[in-house]
Design a binder for this molecule. Structure first.
Ligand SMILES: Cc1ncc(COP(=O)(O)O)c(C=O)c1O
Length: 444
């Protein structure tokens, strides 16, 4: 497949299959779908199938997939080993009102790999995992508030949506204001969330101290994807760890995405052990999943064996054996060697992107680590959400380059944060870099 040649996108043509599907969809779903992220104007392409690193739309066009269902498909599409495990499980049943051995196996694997995880419980999504983590922290500490970092995404729970999309008009001159994401968010939710600035030791320290008696948890993504994919500085995380320990606040890492940067997750690279960790995406092998794990002490709030648990946790499909079987194979295939290979490919793509911007004399930079990368069209020093927030001109540039990339056979999220999968090698990376260099030229 040649990806650098610009092609007409068939899904946008008047008689396209995507247009027909979209018109049908709009009659039964608001905006035609069940997931805001996959919408694009005038309508999205529809997926027909995927294989390895390639996704094919219903109008027959192939693209290299650097979306991978928003980082969850670390082995790309239709991985043969994962499929075999799922097919094997299907014949024995898909969900039971009894626990199964499959969840023990995946729990054993996760607790052996992720430093903070002694005990773990499964959910059906990352949003649920984050929500259960916060409920656990409240139950453990008896305190009502949480602290989170401005602009960081943690799923759909009301409390963690606070200040997700703050703008220069409402984010506050100094300490961040708690802003609503969803219309109708109760004031009480905003009041119960302390918003912090990522990588800013001075203000974080001051705000944690100010609220130390009310804070159940500090929630932190060590490399937040929607806030610039900027890694947390080690000294910053260490200081947050010290403060939370000192004040009896639960430190919770959201590793729903960052678990894919290392065998033991981002926490293993930072050398800081949180009390709780939310996980999802790669641990389900492509199936719906989430998990909350942490110290046996904090996780004991879920324990039903000592009377009614302090934090009751239900879920009809929690730890269903299909997801567990897929997740176990997916995680077993992620060996330390495979992480090293993804690191090398990640370095290659980040270097290639930086060289292309240099060559085109376009100010820019690339952030990320391991299999994750984010392209920025400015050279401001990046430390947090505010420094990565796009001006209207930068947003327009991102939109143009995105359109050029997709039209050259590279499928990547609209905010230009891409991720690699294990079926990829140097070929896919070079194809991405050439398509990007051409897209820069074309978008001028
Ligand atoms: C860091 C982070 N936390 C939580 C979530 C929510 O996960 P899910 O979409 O599985 O609910 C996401 C989803 O992208 C995420 O990126």
């Amino acid at each position: 497949m040649v990806v650098t040649n610009r092609f007409e996108e068939r899904f946008l043509e008047p008689g396209s299959d995507a247009k027909r599907l979209y018109e049908r969809a709009r009659k039964v779903m608001p905006g035609g779908n069940s997931r805001t992220t996959v919408y694009q104007a005038p309508h999205p392409p529809y997926a027909a199938r995927g294989s390895g690193a390639v996704i094919v739309d219903t109008d027959g066009q192939e693209r290299f997939d650097f979306v991978n269902n928003y980082t969850s498909l670390i082995h790309g599409h239709a991985d043969a080993d994962i499929n075999a495990a799922v097919i094997e499980q299907l014949q024995w049943g898909t969900a039971f009102g009894m626990p199964t051995e499959s969840e023990i196996k995946l729990a054993e694997l996760i607790s052996a790999r992720v430093p903070s995880v002694e005990h773990v419980r499964f959910t059906n999504s990352g949003s649920e995992a984050v929500m259960m983590g916060i409920k656990a922290a409240r139950a453990f500490t008896g305190r009502p508030k949480i602290a989170k970092f401005e602009g960081c995404y943690h799923g759909s729970y009301d409390f963690v949506e606070v200040s997700l999309a703050s703008t220069p008009e409402n984010w506050g001159a100094d300490d961040p204001t708690s802003t609503a994401y969803s219309w109708g968010t109760p004031q009480s939710v905003l009041d119960d969330v302390v918003v912090l600035k990522f990588n800013d030791i001075e203000s974080t320290e001051r705000l944690i101290e100010q609220h130390k008696h009310e804070l159940a948890a500090v929630l932190m993504d060590p490399m937040p994807m929607r806030a610039g994919l900027i890694p947390a500085e080690a000294a910053f995380v260490q200081r947050v760890r010290e403060l939370t320990k000192q004040y009896g606040i639960v430190l919770m890492f959201d590793e729903v995405v960052s678990l894919r940067v290392a065998y033991g997750g981002a926490q293993s690279l930072l050398g800081v052990t949180p009390d709780l960790t939310s996980m999802a995406k790669i641990i389900g092998g492509g199936f719906p999943v989430g998990a909350i794990g942490g110290s046996a002490e904090v996780m004991s709030v879920f324990d039903p064996s000592q009377g009614y648990p302090r934090a009751p946790h239900g879920g009809t499909f929690n730890a269903n054996p299909v997801t567990m079987a897929a997740g176990l194979v997916a995680m077993e295939k992620l060996t330390p060697q495979e992480f090293e290979r993804l690191d090398r490919l990640g370095d290659m793509v980040r270097e290639g992107i930086a060289e292309a911007m240099d060559g085109a004399r376009i100010p820019g930079q690339v952030t990320g680590r391991g299999s994750l990368f984010h392209i920025h069209f400015h050279d401001r020093p990046l430390s947090d959400y505010r420094s990565s927030h796009l001006t209207p001109e930068e947003a327009l540039k991102v939109k143009r380059v995105h359109r050029e990339l997709v039209g050259r056979g590279v499928f990547i999220p609209g905010f230009l944060v891409g991720n690699l999968s294990t079926p990829m090698d140097e070929g896919e990376v070079s194809a991405f870099v050439s398509a990007f260099a051409d897209a820069l030229d074309a978008a001028r």
